[in-house]
Ligand binder design. Structure first.
Ligand SMILES: [Zn+2]
Length: 85
């Protein structure tokens, strides 16, 4: 009976699907809460000039063409703005 094999195959795919997707949903919730129980885990952003990862609260924030960019220092921001010209 070929159809029965196909049915089992479809069921197996469905079960794998169900295993993957609720897990990704839970991960998103974990991200909101933070692993260490902190209400707002500090987000890291990469400085596009020197490649340094800076905590969002300590970064030099600049909005360029509607896009928010984060720099490790004003010097890096100035260098980026120089390049853009
Ligand atoms: Zn930098």
């Amino acid at each position: 009976m070929v159809w029965l094999r196909l049915l089992f195959f479809a069921l197996a795919i469905y079960l794998v699907w169900r295993l993957i997707f609720p897990r990704s949903g839970r991960r998103r919730e974990w991200g909101k809460r933070g692993r260490a129980g902190k209400p707002h885990p500090e987000e890291m952003k990469m400085d596009p000039v020197c490649g340094t990862w800076v905590p969002i609260t300590q970064a030099e924030q600049t909005e360029i063409n509607g896009e928010t960019l984060y720099f490790c220092s004003k010097a890096c921001r100035d260098r980026y703005l120089e390049k853009k010209k």
